[in-house]
Design a protein around this ligand. Structure first.
Ligand code: CP
Length: 337
């Protein structure tokens, strides 16, 4: 794999063989992520973590992944706690922080901002989400989850039928996942959204150019019938001019147990990048699905640690050294995985 020392900025950097290798490394990280063993392979290394937009999963799982490999994390959240609030440029910030870190992960509300930051960095930079543009590591963990869920159903990613539901215009996770699926064969993608929140045309065109069948619809029941995966998304209200503008679409597509039972196959997998919006009036993925064994959302968020550990190991070129730095776990570990 050719990502040693590389920035990870968009999903277009990946070939199918890269994804296969990444997933093999992620599988090998399971004993460490599941606390069966400890490795100190990144002892002394520092991750700079800069999140200028709200995050639970991406920020914490990147930090946990680095800690699980033995490295340390220095993090900052929000513009107001950095010198960007005093007018410092992304370039200067990158020059400075890359003197303190071995690798940096960054989330920023503006499209293209992480690439701009990377241009000033002397160490690899990973895109943790740049506005409505891309969220490449989410797409990788999503596909890792899809592969895992399909394998337990004796299926492969080729010939997948997937419905993406919700705000496909501003949802960066579905942009990156769609681009990633372009690497596979004979995929059917149902795009379920309000007309105003459709998937960007260039992404739809790229999917069709890859030979995939793309169906766009505003009817949830039509979109989710007979698919292998329903990938629900939250209305990205932070990208709208005002909450009132977002209200026009809030609660438009709600998947709950009765809708699932009436329209989906008995083993259709339910995914969501999270957070789901559990407030009254939203609920695109209802809590009454929590006991449905096909609800994969928490297996999906767990997989984020495996995939991010694998990325760090590859970027910092320690894949072959992980087990040489391993030891037994000293503390009581309840089986959580
Ligand atoms: N999926 C995802 O990006 O979640 P966070 O916003 O919590 O990081």
């Amino acid at each position: 794999m050719h990502f040693q020392g590389s920035h990870i900025l968009n999903i277009g950097q990946f070939e199918r063989s890269d994804v296969d290798q990444l997933f093999a490394v992620a599988d090998a990280m399971r004993p460490y992520a599941h606390r069966d063993k400890v490795t100190r392979v990144l002892d002394g290394a520092i991750l700079g973590s800069m999140f200028f937009e709200a995050s639970t999963r991406t920020r914490i799982s990147f930090g946990s992944a680095f800690n699980l490999l033995g490295g340390q994390v220095r993090e900052t959240t929000g513009f107001e706690s950095t010198a960007i609030a005093k007018g410092e440029s992304l370039y200067d910030t990158a020059r400075v922080l890359s003197g303190y870190s071995d690798v940096i992960v960054m989330r920023h509300p503006a499209e293209g901002s992480v690439a701009e930051f990377a241009a000033g960095s002397r160490v690899p930079v990973i895109n943790g989400g740049d506005g409505a543009n891309e969220h490449p590591t989410q797409a990788l963990l999503d596909l890792f989850t899809i592969r895992s869920e399909l394998h337990s159903r004796k299926r492969e990613i080729d010939d997948l039928r997937i419905a993406m539901v919700g705000d496909l215009r501003y949802g960066r996770t579905v942009h990156s996942l769609s681009r990633l699926l372009s690497l596979y064969k004979n995929v059917e993608i149902r795009l379920v959204s309000p007309t105003e929140l459709r998937m960007p045309g260039d992404i739809v065109e790229a999917l069709r150019s890859s030979g995939h069948k793309v169906i766009e619809t505003e009817v949830l029941e039509e979109g989710i019938a007979g698919v292998d995966i329903v990938y629900s998304t939250r209305l990205q209200e932070e990208r709208f001019a005002s909450p009132a503008d977002a209200d026009l679409y809030r609660g438009r597509f709600r998947l709950n147990q009765s809708v699932y039972t009436a329209n989906c196959e008995p083993n259709t997998v339910i995914m969501h990048p999270l957070p789901r919006d559990s407030r009254e009036g939203a609920r695109e993925l209802d809590d009454d699905l929590n006991d449905n064994p096909n609800l994969a959302i928490f297996r999906q968020s767990d997989n984020g640690v495996l995939v991010r550990m694998a990325l760090f190991a590859i970027i910092l070129d320690v894949v072959d050294q992980v087990s040489a730095h391993a030891s037994k776990v000293n503390w009581y570990t309840e089986r959580r995985f």
